[in-house]
Design a protein around this ligand. Structure first.
Ligand code: FAD
Length: 490
């Protein structure tokens, strides 16, 4: 076992980890970034399209793990998409340098100010909306598609149909910004550049067009020459040493997931950015294994961000379905958040199956009525989730209401083909919370009871934020790192 000393270590290269890396490196502070997944850019390997799952399709699994139509066998490989299975919920996460940004739909949504205030009553809302959110959107390269293009492009028929039907049912729709470069997509459409969003790439990674973190925050951080990225470094657990430094037990793995080297990295300052599930697992497991001191609030106020998937089938005799070809990048949402009885936000999601399906897919984001909880089961050495149907019952009521109103106005039925009974209550893309800002940490992500340990990722958000979460995660990371660098790295 090799033992190595480092000054500053970040675990995980998603939104939190990438913001932390850039802001530290800019101040000339050398940073080591540990990522269990592959550095896809460096590897030169291609991401696979949804229709043809290959190396990038799943993290060390022998079958593909997309939310539906899982008919594909795979060779075990450190792919970009992982799925964590619990009794009542399946949680999808990204793996690789760039974390979730590699596999997500790129929807870059700033939350509603009122709801942000409700979730974070102690934060300076004005400063967030005048500074941290605009900063996050600028660095992430958020942009909006031109209406002309969306009107014209065959690949957005699914969105035009989705919006039209929503309007008929009396709903208000909104344009949703994205980090996919829409100028690039316009060129794709004209066949001037290689296609990505228009070639069915997204959930297993995009080869072009998407401004994932490796193209934004991490590229800038790398340019400072202060950043060392160690890929395929899986942190197993953490020990606190008597001098208050931290020792990380690490397996360096090959692309088959086999340990090829065992390492201990010792560091004075540790930033945990392994994502909601990753940071929770590391802290809770370390407590069980090494008596690592953790706050009693860790594991509390966890939620699925109100994620609930559903869909509709319908038959339109002459006008056809949602189009033979669909862009993988969503651009439309249905905003019903202000409704008192049935408040929700719906992503009009693409379903790029290469055939003209008369099926619409929706990812609903609901409020939470009841938090879930996360603990560690020593026997199975896995996280245990306190999460069941009682947590999603009101989301199902919302989905029923939504589908009924859409079907009444437009015809159609619940999409039984996509999900059992047409309801995907167990599909979660947005796990949040469990290490909540101001509860398990101070107001800036410093973990309670520790001097040099920080948590900077989705786990800081108390279970729900009302929209797709990565813009919020990025803005909160910017806010925390500003203070931490000023006070703790001076
Ligand atoms: P992550 O991005 O999850 O990064 C954590 C990183 O830490 C990962 O790379 C992981 O491999 C690494 N890691 C974990 N444990 C360890 C360990 N022990 N050792 C070493 N490394 C470790 N959000 C939106 O806002 N808009 C969208 O359109 C959207 N679409 C989505 C679609 C899909 C299919 C999925 C899965 C998610 C989507 N999301 C979307 C959610 C968004 O991607 C996540 O909320 C976001 O990535 C979380 O950021 P994070 O910084 O908390 O952690």
């Amino acid at each position: 076992t090799e033992i190595i000393d480092k000054d500053v270590v970040i675990i995980g290269s998603g939104y939190g980890g990438s913001v932390a890396a850039l802001r530290l490196c800019e101040k000339n502070i050398p940073v080591t970034l540990l990522e269990m997944g592959l550095d896809w850019e460096k590897s030169g390997k291609k991401f696979s399209a949804m229709s043809n799952p290959g190396h990038s399709a799943a993290w060390l699994k022998t079958k593909s793990i997309a939310p539906f139509f899982n008919l594909f066998s795979l060779e075990k490989f450190t792919g970009a998409l992982d799925r964590l299975d619990y009794e009542h919920i399946k949680i999808w996460v990204g793996r690789g340098v760039g974390g979730g940004s590699l596999v997500n739909g790129g929807m870059a949504v700033t939350p509603k100010m009122e709801y942000f205030k409700e979730m974070f009553p102690t934060l300076d809302t004005d400063k967030f909306y005048s500074h941290y959110f605009p900063l996050a959107n600028k660095e992430l390269k958020t942009n909006v598609a031109s209406e002309e293009f969306l009107e014209d492009c065959d690949f957005y028929k699914f969105n035009r149909v989705g919006e039209e039907e929503a309007h008929k049912a009396g709903y208000k729709t909104v344009r949703v910004p994205n980090v996919y470069d829409f100028k690039y997509m316009e060129q794709e459409y004209k066949n001037e550049v290689p296609r990505s969003a228009l070639a069915g790439e997204v959930i297993y990674g995009n080869n072009h067009g998407k401004n994932s973190l490796d193209k934004t925050y991490l590229r800038k951080a790398t340019a400072t020459r202060k950043l060392e990225i160690l890929e395929l470094h899986q942190v197993n657990h953490i020990t606190q040493n008597s001098d208050k430094s931290y020792s990380l037990d690490i397996s360096v793995i090959n692309t088959k997931g086999e340990e090829i080297q065992h390492k201990i990295i010792k560091t004075k300052k540790l930033i945990m950015a392994a994502g909601t599930m990753g940071s929770l697992e590391l802290l809770l497991k370390s407590q069980a294994k090494t008596q690592f001191p953790i706050d009693q609030n860790i594991g509390k106020e966890w939620g699925n961000n109100g994620n609930f998937m559903t869909g509709r089938n319908w038959v339109k005799a002459f006008s056809g379905g949602t189009g033979f070809q669909q862009s993988t990048i969503p651009v439309g949402g249905i905003d019903h958040w202000e409704d008192e009885k049935y408040p929700f936000f719906v992503e009009i999601a693409p379903l790029p199956m290469g055939m003209n399906v008369a099926t619409s897919l929706y990812l609903m984001v609901n409020k939470l009525k009841k938090f879930g909880g996360v603990s560690y089961d020593v026997k199975s050495e896995k996280l245990d989730l306190d999460w069941n149907k009682s947590h999603t019952a009101h989301m199902k009521d919302n989905a029923k209401y939504f589908l009924r109103s859409m079907n009444k106005a437009n015809g159609g039925t619940r999409a039984h083909m996509l999900f059992h009974n047409g309801f995907g209550a167990d599909v979660c893309y947005h796990p949040l919370g469990g290490i909540v800002l101001g509860k398990a940490t101070d107001q800036f992500g410093r973990l309670n009871g520790h001097q040099n340990l920080y948590v900077i990722d989705g786990s800081l958000i108390p279970g729900t934020i009302g929209v797709n979460p990565f813009v919020t995660i990025t803005a909160i990371a910017e806010y925390c790192m500003e203070e931490i660098i000023k006070k703790d790295f001076a």
